[in-house]
Design a protein around this ligand. Structure first.
Ligand code: S3P
Length: 432
């Protein structure tokens, strides 16, 4: 890999070997800052992810009057919690590219006694926000959107608890409701038709909240007082998947990834790859601040195509681009269906998976909400349009490392959204 005229040039590699530590989890980092800000007492957050998205949440919380000290050497934060009613008004909050920042903060802010204004970058301002406006409005929130999108204007109002069945699979929507519910009195229940990540629930419990949760159901009984408690952020399994995929599709590879968060609501991707024939071993399992964490060993494997439906998609929503890349190198056919949520991510991921695979001469077809891939042994290097989407950039870097010829990744710097050291970590394990 080398950078020429600002473009990342990726060439085929021989094998990958060695060990890396997964970068800190993005979802848990966002939640750690938000919940520690409204807890009573001080929270030390170790192994916080310093990335563009998580900085958006950190800056927003600071603007809301919370003191956060950063120790970049130990990747630690010290947050002086203000309690549930200690946040103070700010002019406007720039959420950048981060949907998690925008949706979770909207839930948090609609129960405050002050107005708020949230906006994002070009991509975020196009993403759907009605999905949070609807349940939060049922709770009594006053939220104005512009044609269903940000900027979001929030006015103070009295909130009530809610019983809500989610018609969209979204951990961000679920979390937004849970945060708003902290400003109500009574029982809020959320039923999910399709399961999504449960880090908000896990962390609320960690902070002493009266909350119960199962695979598809959450009940929170308010009022609550959140009590500060230190947090170690486990490694991000979504970031680790780029390395897992590369080891799976590259001959003679053997890779160990340490300290990966293996919360059941995030490991579906590993089960899917194991079903495809992937040699993936999870070991050294332990629990750290209520989250499961483990090491993962991956060896090169002969993968076979698989059928993936809507329920699979909801449980590995961020891994579909890299899953598609491994399917493109697997034997036989893969069908990913029920993937409409992919279209409203940082980019229309279904479209960019299709276009980029097609340009690499993969046998691929795009449906309304689905993608069909007939795998082959070799793809051909090509220009990759990342659409400034970090997950497209990382997935197609992996695709390029196995393809013949050169693959050019435009705007590769967008990886800093979730994984600023992505290319540095890759260099460590590539053997030419
Ligand atoms: C996230 C939830 C997912 C995911 C995003 C992070 C979270 O979004 O795609 O990267 O931290 O809650 P949705 O809940 O909108 O599917």
């Amino acid at each position: 890999m080398l950078i020429r005229d600002d473009i990342m040039i990726v060439k085929p590699i021989k094998t990958i070997k060695g060990e890396i530590i997964a970068p800190p989890d993005k979802s848990i980092s966002h939640r750690a800052v938000i919940l520690s800000a409204i807890a009573s007492g001080k929270t030390t957050i170790s192994n916080f992810l310093f990335s563009d998205d998580t900085f958006r949440t950190l800056s927003a919380i600071r603007k809301l009057g919370v003191s956060i000290d950063i120790d970049e050497n130990s990747s630690g934060l010290l947050v002086e919690g203000k309690g549930l009613d200690g946040l103070t008004a700010t002019d406007e909050i720039n959420c950048g590219n981060s949907g998690t920042t925008m949706r979770l903060l909207t839930g948090l802010l609609c129960g405050q006694k002050f107005n708020s204004y949230l906006y994002g970058d070009e991509s975020l301002n196009k993403r759907p926000m009605k999905r949070i406006q609807e349940p939060l409005s049922y709770m009594g929130a006053k939220i104005k959107l512009e044609k269903g999108h940000a900027p979001i204007i929030i006015e103070p109002s009295k909130l009530n608890p809610i019983k809500y069945t989610m018609n969209i699979a979204s951990a961000q929507v679920k979390s937004s409701i849970l945060l708003a519910s902290l400003y109500t009195s009574g029982v809020t229940e959320i039923e999910e038709l399709l399961p999504t990540r449960n880090h908000t629930e896990v962390m609320l419990k960690h902070f002493n909240c009266n909350i119960e949760y199962e695979d598809n159901f959450v009940r929170i009984i308010n009022p609550n007082k959140l009590i500060a408690k230190d947090i170690f952020v486990p490694g991000d399994i979504s970031s680790a998947t780029y390395f897992i995929a590369l080891a799976l599709i590259t001959e003679n590879s053997n890779l160990i990834i340490r300290d990966v968060g293996v919360n059941k609501s995030r490991t579906h991707i590993l089960r899917l790859w194991q079903k495809m024939g992937g040699d993936i071993r999870i070991f050294n399992e332990r629990i750290l601040n209520s989250e499961d964490i483990a090491d993962i060993e991956v060896k090169s494997s002969d993968l076979t195509g698989i059928v993936i439906d809507k329920k699979d998609v909801s449980q590995c929503i961020d891994e579909i681009p890299i899953l598609a890349v491994t399917a493109a190198y697997a034997k036989g056919e893969t069908l990913i269906s029920g993937a409409e949520e992919l279209k409203v991510k940082e980019s229309d991921r279904l479209h960019y998976i299709y276009m980029n695979l097609k340009n690499m001469k993969s046998d691929v077809k795009l449906g309304d909400n689905s993608i069909y891939i007939n795998g082959k042994e070799n793809l051909v290097g090509s220009h990759i349009d990342t659409a400034n989407d970090h997950r497209i950039a990382m997935a197609f870097t992996v695709a390029g490392l196995k393809a013949s010829g050169e693959t050019n990744i435009s705007n590769h710097e967008c990886v800093r959204i979730s994984y600023p050291d992505f290319y540095k970590d890759l260099y460590k394990i590539i053997k030419h």
